[in-house]
Design a protein around this ligand. Structure first.
Ligand SMILES: *[C@@H]1O[C@H](CO)[C@@H](O)[C@H](O)[C@H]1NC(C)=O
Ligand SMILES: *[C@@H]1O[C@H](CO)[C@@H](O)[C@H](O)[C@H]1NC(C)=O
Length: 281
């Protein structure tokens, strides 16, 4: 039941800041909560819409809006929507710290299926330090010009399978960051957005590794990038055993991009001692 309790708390935090004056009260229709009852698996079904508060009304974490930590065997599914209500947050500008809409940390054997994710404040879904993750049948939508609205961000995780998703946002479709291995991504349509990215790795001089990433049967439709690997100068580690197969590119500006001098617009803080390819392999 731990998962249900945490999830309900997250919803209450959100709901207490909802502007019901704008007729949004019926956007809260969470039904069909229930555990499998085997004492191990917690199920959370969402059929209605969960809507985030406006930026100025949010007094919670800047890390995440709906946050799960140390919940094993969580299954989040349904035909409902998780709506980050991003417009008022994006208007604050790229420099402000905005929460990931749905964030999982130390959640092993996690399963996400079927939900629609809209207009996140920052990244839509973050999976961190979680092993054995299955993500399928999601629809993730945000405008192509919305800032930092990655679809799915994966870091420090292993055995992650992402399949049958539509992801059109303003930033990375899927980003695979340091400490990740054994990631299978298949049957995804990306666009608009920045493609499927490894990294960035090694920002701030860090040592970071990513390996065994298999991307297959993906359509990039009107994305800026397709397959992409980004490493920062001054960092170290490796990005290895990475494959992209059966890729369809439609109107993609940079189909393959390997940038070993990625500074994310922060050229002045980017250490430039030597070439990063001396340290990344
Ligand atoms: C992941 O992809 C690799 C390479 O295509 C494949 O060998 C492996 O069986 C896949 N794993 C799963 C569990 O689908
Ligand atoms: C690509 O995107 C355009 C514009 O949204 C759409 O009309 C078209 O059907 C898409 N093509 C594929 C193969 O998904």
């Amino acid at each position: 039941m731990e998962a249900l309790v945490i999830f309900l708390i997250a919803l209450l935090i959100g709901s207490s800041h909802l502007d019901v004056g704008e007729g949004q009260s019926n956007n809260f229709d969470i039904v069909n909560f229930g555990a499998v009852g085997d004492g191990k698996t917690d199920d959370s079904g969402i059929l209605g819409n969960v809507v985030a508060p406006e930026a100025t009304a949010w007094k919670g974490s800047t890390e995440c809006w709906l946050c799960f930590r140390e919940v094993n065997g969580l299954f989040l599914y349904g035909s409902g929507q998780i709506n980050g209500n991003g417009a008022s947050w994006w208007a604050q500008g790229k420099g402000t710290k905005r929460p990931t809409a749905l964030h999982f940390h130390d959640c092993n054997n996690l399963k996400l299926d079927g939900l629609t994710h809209l207009n996140s404040q920052n990244n839509h879904i973050g999976v961190h330090h979680s092993n054995g993750v299955s993500i399928s049948n999601l629809h993730i939508y945000a405008p192509g010009d919305s800032p930092n609205t990655d679809g799915i961000d994966i870091s420090g995780s292993t055995q992650v399978f992402v399949s049958n998703c539509f992801i059109g946002t303003g930033d990375d479709c899927i980003a695979i960051k340091g400490g990740s291995s054994n990631i299978n991504i298949t049957k995804i349509t990306c666009g608009p957005g920045h493609g499927i990215s490894i990294g960035s790795l090694g920002e701030g001089g860090k040592k970071e590794n990513v390996e065994q990433v298999y991307v297959r049967d993906v359509i990039f439709n009107a994305t800026k990038n397709g397959a992409r690997i980004k490493t920062a100068p001054g960092g170290s580690g490796y990005a290895r055993t990475i494959s992209f197969e059966e890729i369809t590119l439609i109107n993609t500006r940079y189909p393959i991009e390997i940038d070993q001098h990625y500074c994310n617009g922060k050229a002045h803080t980017c250490s430039d001692k030597g070439n990063s390819w001396n340290f990344f392999r």
